[in-house]
Design a protein around this ligand. Sequence first.
Ligand code: G
Ligand code: G
Ligand code: MN
Ligand code: NA
Length: 251
Amino acid sequence: KELADEFTHALDRDELVAFFQPQFDANTLDIAGVETLARWDHPKKGLLAPNRFLDVAEKLGRTGDMDRLILQKALFELTRWDSLGMQIPRVSVNISARRLAQANLLAELSELPIAKGRLCFELLETISFNDLQPVLKEIIPAVKKLGIEIEIDDFGTEHASIVSLLRFEPRRLKIDREIIKPIIASPSQRRLVSSIIEIGRSQNIDIVAEGVETMEHAKILKDLGCHILQGYALARPMTSEQLIEFCCIKD
Ligand code: G
Ligand code: G
Ligand code: MN
Ligand code: NA
C-alpha cells in the first residue's frame, strides 16, 4: 500500500534504474546481447528487484510507463557503449502487455533511432492468450517492421500453446530457468531441452537458455545445440558502468 504511493513518485523522480545482464554465444562465449532488468533505487529501502514492485506498477496501471522509461535508458546506454567501441550486438527489454496496448506505442517507437536487429522485445508467453488480439494481429508485425526483434520469454512455464506462440514468428525463444536447472541430474530434462531446440531449428528460431548457474550447465547446453546462454555462471545483472568494465576486462 505504502509502496504503491511511492511508486508513482519513483517514476516522476527517476528512481528506476536499468541493470544489464550479458548473454553469450554458446559456442564462442562472445557477448551476444544484454537483457535490461529494472531496479527501483528506493530512497530508504535501497535497490529493489522487480518482484517487489511489478505488482504495484501493474495495479497502478503504470507498467507501460515503466517499460517506456526503461527502454529510453537502454537505448541511451547502447549509444554510449557504441561510442566506447564496445561490441554489444543488441539490447533486450522486457515488454508488458500494458505497454504493447498503449495507443501511441508505434508512433513513439518510430521516433527512436533503432538500427535493425539492435533492439529486442522480450514478451512473456502469456501475451498470446490474454485478450490482446490486436497485439497479435497488428502491433507485433508492425513492431517487427521497425527492425525490432521479438523474443518469447519464460518459454515452457505458462500454458500458451506452441502454435499460438509461433504465430508471432519470434526471432528467439528463451527457455525458463526452471527447465534449465535440472539438466545436469536429469537425462529426461536434457531431452526436453533438446526437443525445444529442435522445434526452434525447424522454425528458424534461436534458443536462449536462462538460469545458466554453472559451467557444467553451459557445456551441456552448448552440446545440445543451444545458441545463447544467460546466467550467473557467466555474468550477473550489472549497472552500465560495471558492464563497461566487464567488457574491458574481457577483451
Ligand atoms: O531482475 P529479476 O530477475 O529480478 O527480474 C525478474 C523479472 O522481472 C524478469 O524476469 C522480468 O520478466 C521482469 N522485469 C524486469 N525488468 C522489467 C521491465 O523493465 N519491465 C517489465 N515489464 N518487466 C521487467
Ligand atoms: O525471465 P526474466 O526476464 O525474469 O529473466 C531474468 C531474471 O533472471 C532476472 O531477474 C535475473 O536477475 C534472473 N537471473 C539471471 N541469471 C540467473 C541465474 O543464473 N539464476 C537465477 N536463479 N536467476 C537468474
Ligand atoms: Mn526477460
Ligand atoms: Na525469463
